[in-house]
Each structure stands twice: as C-alpha cells, then as structure tokens.
Design a binder for this molecule. Structure first.
Ligand code: SF4
Length: 403
C-alpha cells in the first residue's frame, strides 16, 4: 500500500489528524501507555511506561525524533517489510509522535541496503507533503513536521541508538556513555526520541482501535522467521504465540525428514531454545523466564542437519566483524573466541579449548560497553552446555568436517 489514496481509503492518516488537531500530548501518551506497546527494536522497553516519550522535556524549544531503520540484526527483516509494504503507516506513526512531543524535525536512519524502501518512503513523504500532512501547519494545525531520510553507512553497531546518533552527526558509529540519555541530550545535544520502525507503525493502530481493543487483539507483533523452515517470512501473530505455532503452522514446519534442533527466538543475540522449549510463549516475560529474550522477534530455526559448533562459529564471526573496537572485552574477546572456533573447526581443537571459551565468555560478561559485546557470552555458554557432545566430537575426531 504505497499510494496515499489507498492508505487514506483504509482510514489512513485519521489518527494523525486527531493527534494534531484534537488530542492533547498527554492523551496520546496515555493511550500508548495503556496499550502496553513495547519497543520493537530489540530492547523491549514499554514505549510509554518506560518514559521514553514522557522523558522528553516538552518545554524544550528544539527536539528531534530519530527513527531507527538500520535493521541489521541477523534474521530480522520486519522493518524492511513494513517500509516496503506500507510506508505511509510509518509516516503516520512519525507524525503522531512528532506532534505529541513537539518535534519539528524527524530523521529516518535507514539501512543503506534498503534502496527500494528508501524510494518508497521518499515517495510516501512527498505524497503526504502534497496532501498537507508533512511540512508547515500539518492538517491545518499549528504543528509543523519535516521528515528527512538518511541512509546509514553499513555498520551493525549503528543500530545501537547512541551509535546511530553519532553516525547521524557525521562521526564514526561509537556508542555513547549514558547518562545522559538521548531523551535529554540526543541528536546535536538536544532532547531526542529514538524509536524503531515497527514501534512507530503500531501507534496509528493503537489510536485507531483504542488501547483496549489493541490489547484484546494480542497485542499483535511481527515475527521474522528464517532458517531451516519451509516458508520463511514475516508473520503477524499475537504476542505470546508459541514457538511451535510460529515454526510449524505459520512458517510451514521443517523440511521433509528433518528434526527440530534449536531456534534463536530474538535474532542471533538471543540464547537459542531447544526441542523441550517449543511450547514457550513468544512474549517478553515468558522468554525472559526461559533465559532468553524476544529481542527483535527474529526466529532463526536450526534443524538436525546443522552442526551447532558451526552455527555458533558463524554467529561469533559476525560479532567479531561488527565489534566497533571501542572497548577491550568485546574487541579482544570476540577475536579470541573466533580464533578458538577456527582452531576447532580446522581439526586443531583441544579439549581445554572448551574451558578457555567459557573463560573468555566469563571475562566479557558485564564488562562490555554496549549490548553487542554482551550478547556473545550467553549463547556461547548455552551451546557449550547443551551441545557439548558436538564440540567434543569435533575435537576428538580432529578432522575439518568432524566425522
Ligand atoms: S561492546 Fe563491542 S560494539 Fe559495543 S562498544 Fe564495546 S567494542 Fe564497541
């Protein structure tokens, strides 16, 4: 739905119009809070309850909104789907947030590879401007909102909100020390609301349905399901759907003759779940109790044809390559772990390497500057515990393919 006529025919921009002309900022914030909406970028903060909106000092003369569209978590492709499928929904969510906190300027930081998404988004913004919904005095109100699309530079770490702000200001994407938090001192030192694409796309829906109805529906969430399933894709399901249902009903199950082995429920940064946990509910609380997290709701499915040593080695290589190098535990730890994996995969592993992996993981835990480094140890340690036999077999046999 890339054309504004279609979107408006389905009731599009009515919520933004209400926010700009009828509702007070407090009413909008209360509705979002009552909906139970949580940030969809990975951290899972409740958007309003966690004060992200409320923290913004409404009296500040200059405030910004920055939309985090730098979707780089392996296995995550819901934001791209949303942008390409319905760019006006994002534009409307942005407008509601902007009039609510009084931001006149919004930057969408978009992953550089989203060429099609950028084209569609810029077209949607132009159409909305033409209709009087973007620019000066939107919907005939006193609010003015400009939206700028900015392509990122291809670094995973730029998806971390403070690194994103650094990148947007023209510097290398290094995470910033917090506090101060972006809500008080963000882009160019001004109060900034940083929100994920999907989070903002929920806001028009909440205002349209009302928070009670929205809650009754689930609330809905988008899951990117990839890996060894018959129908990988983005699936909308109520938050709390079981992992089993997502894999075997929505995504068509595993390939013929294969058996489920593990799944990352929230991208490669989350700790994987195994066969005994297929009935775990895919919501923040249930997954936290299961020792993992929903993250960006990217379900990466692994069947019994995969070797968990190779799976973990690939994940570690990714974090090694994407480490920004700012802090020692992550910069050095990811390299050390990747080197040990390389040794094991090339038939030169030693049984002591398993304790060494655990030791390096322990040294990284709680010592990294940002979540990127911290996301490596939990999955690695879990794999050493649950799939130790696969590591030991590799080491014992000592051949590159482990057989
Ligand atoms: S944890 Fe890694 S990515 Fe984060 S600041 Fe440290 S080196 Fe950079």
């Amino acid at each position: 739905m890339a054309q504004i006529e279609q979107y408006r025919a389905a009731g599009g921009y009515n919520a933004a119009r209400r926010a700009a002309t009828e509702l007070t900022p407090e009413q909008v914030i209360d509705m979002v809070a009552a909906s139970g909406l949580r940030g969809k970028g990975g951290a899972g903060f409740p958007t309003a309850q966690m004060q992200k909106w409320k923290f913004i000092p409404l009296e500040a003369p200059l405030k910004y909104i920055v939309v985090n569209g730098d979707e780089g978590e392996p296995g995550t492709f819901k934001d791209r789907t949303l942008i390409e499928g319905c760019p006006h929904l994002l534009v409307e969510g942005i407008l509601i947030a902007a009039v609510t906190i009084g931001a006149r300027k919004v930057y969408i930081y978009l992953r550089r590879e989203f060429y099609r998404g950028r084209r569609l988004l810029e077209s949607a913004i132009a159409q909305a401007r033409e209709a009087g919904f973007v620019g000066e005095r939107i919907f005939g109100s006193d609010h003015s909102v400009e939206i700028v699309v900015h392509s990122g530079a291809g670094a995973y770490i730029a998806g971390e909100e403070t690194a994103l702000l650094e990148s947007l200001e023209g510097r290398r994407a290094f995470p910033r020390q917090r506090p101060p938090f972006p809500a008080l001192a963000g882009l160019y030192g001004k109060p900034t609301l940083v929100q994920n694409v999907e989070t903002l796309c929920h806001v028009p829906v909440i205002l349209g349905l009302g928070p009670e109805r929205y809650r009754e529906l689930g609330p809905p969430a988008l899951f990117s399901v990839s890996g060894m399933v018959v129908r990988p894709g983005v699936y909308e399901a109520p938050l709390g759907v079981t992992l089993r249902s997502l894999i075997f009903e929505h995504a068509g199950g595993l390939r013929p003759g294969r058996r489920f082995k593990a799944a990352f429920p929230g991208g490669s940064s989350s700790v994987f779940l195994t066969e005994t946990e297929l009935d775990v509910r895919m919501d923040h609380e249930s997954l936290r109790q299961a020792g993992t997290m929903l993250g960006s709701a990217a379900v990466i499915v692994i069947d019994d044809s995969a070797d968990m040593v190779e799976v973990m080695a690939r994940a570690v290589e990714f974090y090694r390559d994407e480490s920004c190098g700012k802090c020692t535990p992550c910069r050095e730890g990811t390299v050390w772990i990747a080197q040990i994996f390389e040794r094991i995969l090339h038939g030169r592993g030693r049984i002591e390497d398993l304790a060494l992996l655990e030791s390096v993981a322990k040294g990284m835990t709680g010592t990294c500057f940002c979540p990127l480094g911290e996301s490596v140890p939990p999955g690695l340690v879990a794999s050493l515990r649950l799939f130790r036999d696969e590591y030991e077999r590799r080491i014992a046999v000592g051949t590159p393919d482990g057989r």
